[in-house]
Write a protein that binds this ligand. Structure first.
Ligand code: ATP
Ligand code: MG
Length: 435
């Protein structure tokens, strides 16, 4: 046969291989437990949504909508669709569609892949995962703080604290409008320093210029009018209460007047959790309040607040902190000598699984020595041996695979099947007690 060309995965979209499974599982389990503790319920929305949902829900003049979205026309029916670049818009769409906040406010969370056409690099991929929460129907700022506490609990459980928390207030629409005018006037006076992106955004979204990563514009941006100075009584009261609740909960934070976040619909609270372990891609979680969004997407006015955690970045930080999994692949490994002993081994495997154990039955035929090697590699604490002799007498030989290697073969015992299982239960209990 002619050599067949292999087909590779798509650039920036990663396979999560079995060796990475333990760290993903640890992350997911820690998050699930923490989210349940605060009364949050999981929502799963589709990966594809109508493109206009994101255009309206994220904002036309944002990095995401301008240059990062995977959009296409469904050739089968002409619909304009997009792979979700984030999930707040999708969750809000679903909440409106199913009238979820009709009777009571909602505390929701989601986990799953997001898609952005960015230049792949460490901590930045084209398919990546977010774990996010959205609380709908709460005016705050208590719930804003609740979500910061949730994130802290998750980071603490994952052993990646300390992280820096940077915070800002975006006030309300009117305050932003006034500040926007001041920004335009300021940047107009410094046209020569503005880069292409900034020039393009000068009149469409000047707030986003503050977010620039261009080093040549840092000094200019440092001197720009601060939105904080435009906040009036209500917004200041909101921010003060938020800060008070943070400090009674021992949350350290820094006010960063330049923090604006990528999305258009935020108001009041915005924040980011930042690590010093990852170089440029340092933000592991971003959150904030988005009270206007539900109405903008056609629902009844309903306040909202949420965060999104970049899972790959959090896992990188866990690795930097030396995450190690000590989960063995299995608890038991069953060896056999082929022929009738193989069927016997498989039956024994089912009996042990009925009792709740994780069992690998050796597949195929191999020498005793090579099977023992596989048993060792599996991380199993026991090997069960089904040889001709054992099968003839409905017995099984058990070897302990833990403890002093020179001694463990001495622990071999041959028992009938029922005894063997009881023996195993007892010895394992003893073993666990010793730990
Ligand atoms: P950045 O400034 O790094 O581009 P962003 O403002 O676009 O981040 P958000 O839209 O707020 O990010 O998404 C929340 C989190 O999701 C980010 O803080 C980050 O941890 C993660 N994230 C965003 N884009 C990517 C990506 N392309 N690859 C991996 N993680 C990402
Ligand atoms: Mg981005």
């Amino acid at each position: 046969m002619a050599k067949v060309q292999k087909i590779n995965g798509i650039r920036g979209m990663n396979d999560i291989l079995p060796a990475d499974e333990p760290i993903w599982t640890e992350f997911e389990e820690v998050c699930k437990d923490a989210l349940r503790m605060y009364g949050y319920k999981q929502i799963r929305t589709p990966i594809l949504e109508a493109t206009p949902l994101f255009k309206r829900g994220i904002g036309e003049v944002t990095d995401i909508v301008e240059k990062e979205m995977y959009c296409f026309t469904d050739s089968l029916n002409g619909e304009e669709l997009a792979l979700r670049p984030e999930n707040t818009a999708g969750v809000v769409r679903s909440v409106i569609e199913h009238n979820l906040t009709y009777n009571a406010p909602q505390r929701l969370w989601y986990f799953g892949p997001m898609f952005r056409h960015e230049r792949p690099q460490r901590g930045r991929y084209r398919q990546f995962h977010q774990l996010g929460v959205e609380a709908l129907g709460f005016k705050g700022p208590d719930v804003d703080v609740e979500q910061i506490l949730m994130a802290r609990r998750i980071f603490d459980e994952l052993n990646i604290l300390p992280l820096k928390l940077e915070l800002n207030s975006l006030g309300n629409l009117e305050e932003r409008r006034e500040h926007r005018q001041a920004l335009i006037t300021y940047f107009e006076a410094h046209q020569d320093v503005l880069d292409e992106d900034a020039k393009r955004r000068l009149y469409s979204n000047p707030l986003r210029i503050l977010d620039t990563k261009n080093p040549d514009m840092q000094a200019l941006v440092e001197g720009a009018p601060r939105l904080l100075d435009y906040l009036k009584n209500d917004s200041l009261a909101f921010l003060n209460r938020l800060e008070h609740l943070l400090s009674v909960n021992d949350i350290e934070y820094k006010i960063n007047p330049r923090l604006v976040r990528g999305l258009d619909y935020y108001n009041h609270t915005v924040y980011e959790w930042i690590t010093d372990k990852l170089g440029a891609q340092a933000t592991v979680c971003g959150g904030g309040r988005y009270d206007p969004l539900v109405e903008m997407l056609g629902g009844r006015p309903t306040p909202g607040v949420g965060f999104a955690m970049g899972v790959e970045r959090v896992l990188e930080v866990m690795r930097e902190f030396g995450f190690e999994s000590n989960e063995p692949d299995t608890e038991m490994y069953i060896l056999h000598m082929g022929g009738e002993t193989q069927g016997y081994a498989m039956v024994l495997g089912e009996i042990l699984r009925d009792a709740g154990y994780d069992v690998i039955v050796h597949a195929g035929e191999a020498s005793f020595k090579s099977q023992m090697k596989k048993a060792d590699q599996s991380g199993a604490t026991f090997a069960f041996i089904c040889g001709e002799e054992e099968v003839t007498h409905s017995q099984v030989t058990i070897k302990r695979l833990f403890g002093d290697p020179s001694e463990r073969f001495m622990k071999q015992e041959t028992l009938d099947l029922n005894e063997a299982i009881q023996y195993f239960v007892d010895v394992q209990k003893e073993f666990l007690d010793e730990e």
